[in-house]
Ligand binder design. Structure first.
Ligand code: FAD
Length: 404
């Protein structure tokens, strides 16, 4: 492999954000390199892969990439509820298959994918702006010159850190999970488990994938709690707490571990010749710490804006600004509202969680989905408030609208 490469656009990270950016930029007719440090796309899985069928359809993700979910069960130490829908609106992704499909789409559109390239340096011009990256590949040092770089490296934000623009996320979620074969599971029902015994700041989950395979995991907010999610997962599986007991014998197939930013939308995401997208930009819904659909959606926007800028010959911060405007307009206020609900949830005692589930139980399936997705558009909230005139659901409405 040659040691010096020249591309219009270099995308660092072959996750959902990077592959989606590479796809749209390549479709727009520019020369794109997608760099991934592992030896295959999604070699390591760092996510539970829950997302929404509406998003799956919007992105054109094939039907054999997910297991549909129709029932949403929750348990707290002394309460248990299920919200059932007539049709599935949520899904658990086959993460490897989905991420590989996304990368393959980018490749089909003309992007060049380079595997086993661990990017560890940035190249700057005389003004200090980024004009490429270097990394370590199978044959030593390798360099990629480009007009724009997209940092889609996920939680580590490798490029942005190397430029000195950011430091490590201060608030984040740490999660550990097993993908496991179990004896009994309803493939259409997910479980979220809340209360101190499951997670002192977060929740535990059972997400079914079909064929008696589930992901059983625990997410813990940092720095709120110093409990190690891996240790807590081992304890939960050993003690078979709550709905874990119903699974019968649990045979682990694979272990997953990952970190997700939870610092709100604190980062600026465009600089001269540089865009941040996905986890490196902190684009996550704080309610359940999900970011895959944002990574794909805003990855696509980043690909379009950067390739248009490259074609126009102007790639400074102002030329890339439409990207930041686009994603902020779409999610900033929702994420802020969701952050308020998350702050409330992190502070709940076990008894308060028991009561909170009674509030959540009042929601219709569709309302629940809007809520958990942080789809706090005014019309959804007004519908919610009119539908539940006297119920405690109004508490949630008030919280989201900032009246509490
Ligand atoms: C435990 C856990 C559970 C989660 N569950 C869900 C969920 O159920 N639903 C949901 O929507 N979201 C979930 N998330 C969040 C979701 O995983 C992320 O929001 C999403 O993966 C972000 O995509 P991304 O492309 O920005 O980053 P990533 O998926 O992290 O991809 C980054 C890629 O960059 C590569 N890379 C990193 N550094 C370098 C480098 N220096 N050189 C080259 N390549 C590099 C990595 O190997 C990786 O392939 C979860 C996160 C965690 C930690």
């Amino acid at each position: 492999m040659s040691k010096e490469h020249h591309f219009d656009l270099v995308v660092v990270g072959g996750g959902p954000a990077g592959s989606s950016a590479a796809l749209i930029a390549a479709k727009n007719g520019i020369k794109v390199a997608l760099l991934e440090k592992e030896s295959s796309i999604a070699e390591t899985v760092r996510t539970s892969g829950v997302t929404w069928i509406q998003s799956i359809k919007e992105f054109g993700i094939p039907n054999d990439c997910f297991n549909p979910i129709r029932n949403f069960s929750f348990c707290s130490p002394n309460n248990e509820i299920t919200i059932s829908d007539s049709i599935p609106r949520a899904a658990v992704l086959d993460v490897r298959k989905t991420y590989r499909w996304l990368a393959h789409e980018a490749e089909k559109a003309g992007a060049d994918i380079f595997l086993k390239i661990n990017v560890n340096e940035v190249i700057k011009n005389n003004s200090g702006d980024i004009v490429g990256v270097s990394g370590v590949g199978p044959n030593g040092k390798i360099t990629f010159h480009s007009k724009v770089v997209i940092d889609a490296s996920g939680f580590p934000s490798t490029i942005c850190k190397a430029m000195g623009f950011v430091t490590q996320w201060k608030r984040f979620g740490a999660g550990a999970e097993y993908e496991a074969k179990v004896e009994n599971v309803d493939s259409e029902t997910w479980w979220l488990m809340v209360g101190k015994q499951y997670s002192p700041a977060g929740y535990a989950w059972i997400f079914p994938l079909g064929n008696n395979i589930v992901r059983i995991g625990v997410g813990i907010g940092k720095p709120e709690s110093n409990v190690d999610p891996t240790q807590r997962l081992e304890e939960l599986v050993k003690k078979k707490l709550g709905p874990i007991k119903k699974l019968g014998k649990i045979t682990p197939i694979e272990f997953h571990y990952g970190l997700i930013p939870n610092d709100g939308l604190s980062r600026k995401t465009v600089f001269n010749n540089l865009i941040l997208v996905g986890d490196s930009a902190g684009q996550a819904n704080p309610l359940v710490l999900e970011g895959i659909r944002y990574a794909i959606k805003f990855g696509r926007v980043a690909g379009k804006v950067s390739s248009d800028a490259i074609k126009s010959g102007k790639t400074d911060e102002s030329a890339l600004e439409p990207y930041e405007k686009n994603w902020r307009k779409e999610i900033e206020s929702k994420i802020k509202s969701a952050g308020k609900v998350q702050d409330r949830w992190i502070g709940l005692s076990d008894e308060e969680w028991d009561k909170e589930l009674d509030i959540i139980k009042e929601l219709e399936a569709e309302e629940f989905i809007d809520f958990i997705k942080a789809d706090f558009g005014l019309s959804n909230m007004v519908k919610l408030a009119t539908h539940h005139p006297k119920l405690a659901v109004r508490q949630l409405f008030n919280l989201v609208k900032g009246k509490n």
